[in-house]
Design a protein around this ligand. Structure first.
Ligand code: GLP
Length: 238
């Protein structure tokens, strides 16, 4: 595992620079991207790099990490709404493909199975960290061999939908790319910022792996890079 710690003032530029480098090296990059608040400054910085001509998403395939089930199309908390507004719609040339999750399918289990196919053969997965140790919607109790699937959301995730992301109703379920797909990707990045994530980051990286903290399984990935700002890394033994 590589641990990259930077001051908050330059953290996003560091991650964006790495991403631009991957895109430049492999224009057909197949990349899984998260929403949440953590990647927002990274997407801002990436959009600036694309505008400067440092890289392009034109040949890339973007696969969305997760989605709420039960929120109406266009809901501000929807992951497809957010990834379009924060990244996709700001690019001068769209990616070759964008695979969002069809959470409006009356059979969400079938939508999850279809997304599991898109989530194979990923070159890079970029992840945020939930305060309860979740990755995407791989909530506590998840296992490293879990496929992309329909999940019941933890109470804290339901509350976050409204309180943090402005959802118009409280979702109880989600669809997430499973840990199995994340662990088989070519490369895995975990993005963590802020003091409030310091304790769970220490749990994920320095205590025994286990289903109570799904992020702890990421240590099995042979090419895991953790990008943390100084506040989030504050409790790590380094
Ligand atoms: C959310 C999402 C995850 C996200 C994580 C951290 O609920 N399901 O995909 O990465 O929790 O969110 P944030 O970056 O807003 O702290």
């Amino acid at each position: 595992m590589d641990l990259v710690v930077r001051p908050g003032s330059v953290w996003a530029e560091r991650v964006a620079g790495e991403l631009a480098g991957r895109l430049a090296a492999r224009p057909s990059l197949r990349i899984c991207l998260p929403t949440g608040d953590t990647p927002v400054p990274v997407y801002d910085a990436v959009v600036a790099l694309v505008a400067d001509g440092a890289c392009s998403f034109e040949g890339a395939t973007v696969v969305l990490l997760d989605e709420w089930v039960g929120l109406p199309p266009g809901d501000p908390a929807r992951c497809d709404t957010r990834i379009r507004a924060q990244l996709i719609d700001r690019l001068p040339a769209p990616p070759a493909a964008v695979h969002v999750i069809d959470a409006d399918d009356p059979w969400p289990g079938a939508a999850a199975a279809r997304h599991d196919v898109e989530a194979r053969n990923l070159d890079l997965v970029v992840l945020g960290l939930g305060l309860n140790g979740h990755i995407g919607f791989n909530e506590p109790g998840s296992r490293p061999d879990d496929p992309t699937r329909l999940v019941r959301l933890a109470v804290s995730s339901r509350e976050a939908a409204v309180a943090r992301y402005g959802a118009t109703r409280v979702p109880t379920a989600g669809i997430t790319v499973g840990l199995a797909r994340l662990l088989e990707a070519g490369e895995c990045w975990l993005l963590v910022t802020g003091e409030r994530k310091a304790r769970i980051l220490r749990r994920a990286l320095e205590e025994p792996e286990g289903p109570d903290c799904p992020a702890s399984y990421l240590r099995r990935h042979p090419r895991l890079t953790v990008f943390a700002d100084e506040a989030a890394a504050g409790l790590l033994r380094r």
